[in-house]
Design a protein around this ligand. Structure first.
Ligand SMILES: C[S@@+](CC[C@H](N)C(=O)[O-])C[C@H]1O[C@@H](n2cnc3c(N)ncnc32)[C@H](O)[C@@H]1O
Length: 280
């Protein structure tokens, strides 16, 4: 019977042959998942024989990964800002870059307000931004919307699992969220429609199109959302949004004179990734 270290070596070979990046690490993560253990267990028990059931699960996961299924969909979970979130095919896989939205929002969130800070997360998907802010800013009142009922169901599952109290609405952008808010965050779809077919197959085939398609030039959601956010913000309130790597000039240009303190933050790869602006 195969032991853990041999299974990892064989799994890594299969993944490498299929052109999967980081084959050894991926094999370890998949094997740990098949065993219902964390990765440390594999290092401590390299000689342990694999049960038939674990071997069958591991084989299936390897096959799915070689066919292009993202690791996160095989594991059905993703880490974001130090917490674990359930995901399904109905939501975008949360990206590490989106943590920069959290960082900026936490830096800008008014430290003291007479009432609880009201926060809205538009296009919430799996709920990562709303839930992180609710848990990182105790006492904040957080509302979140998405047009996809399937996505909101995932966000509700995550908020219940992580103990975050959030008001959810299925609606188009801010239609059901009139405010007033002290902080609005968003990660709307921003890929130009014609570029979607050229994306990596893991994005193109597994992230919902509804989560990607930003219209002909990728800016459709910002054009609609920025004026809505202005109306729903209290004077002095902040809007913080993720943008595409090449939208560092086009998105800031959409803010009218009713806004001030417009600033772009780069991600770790040096690409413009977050735009913030304050309602005058
Ligand atoms: C890029 S994903 C972001 C998901 C999540 N906030 C994150 O950062 O991982 C965009 C989300 O916008 C939602 N969406 C698309 N069109 C929308 C609309 N008109 N109104 C509200 N949400 C919309 C999609 O369902 C998707 O969940």
């Amino acid at each position: 019977m195969l032991d853990i270290k041999t299974a990892i070596a064989q799994g890594a070979d299969i993944l490498a042959t299929a052109g999967i990046t980081e084959p050894r690490l991926t094999a370890q993560v998949l094997l740990a998942h098949a065993l219902g253990r964390d990765r440390t267990y594999l290092y401590i028990h390299p000689e342990e024989p694999l049960s038939t059931v674990a071997w069958i699960h591991f084989g299936r996961y390897l096959h799915e990964r070689t066919q292009g299924k993202p690791l996160q969909h095989i594991l059905k979970s993703v880490e974001f800002y130090g917490r674990s979130y359930t995901i399904t095919p109905g939501v975008l896989i949360p990206r590490p870059e989106t943590e920069h939205v959290v960082e900026r929002a936490l830096a800008l969130a008014p430290a003291k307000t007479p009432n609880a800070l009201r926060i809205a997360d538009i296009c919430t998907g799996s709920g990562i931004l709303a839930i992180t802010l609710a848990l990182e800013i105790p006492g904040a009142a957080v509302e979140a919307s998405d047009i996809s009922p399937a996505a909101l169901a995932v966000a509700q599952t995550n908020s219940a699992a992580l103990g975050a109290k959030i008001g959810f609405a299925v609606c188009d952008l801010m239609d059901a969220l009139p405010g007033p808010y002290g902080l609005i965050v968003a990660n709307p779809p921003y890929i130009p429609t014609l570029e979607i077919d050229n994306l990596d197959r893991e994005v193109r085939d597994y992230d919902p199109r509804l989560a990607l398609d930003g219209g002909p030039d990728g800016l459709e959601f910002y054009r609609r959302l920025i004026p809505q956010a202005w109306k729903a913000l209290a004077p002095g309130g902040w809007f913080v949004t993720e943008i595409g790597y090449d939208q560092g000039a086009t998105v800031p240009a959409l803010f009218s004179t009713g806004w001030c303190d417009i600033n772009v933050t780069n991600d770790l790869a040096g690409h413009p990734r977050v735009v913030e602006a304050r309602r005058r």
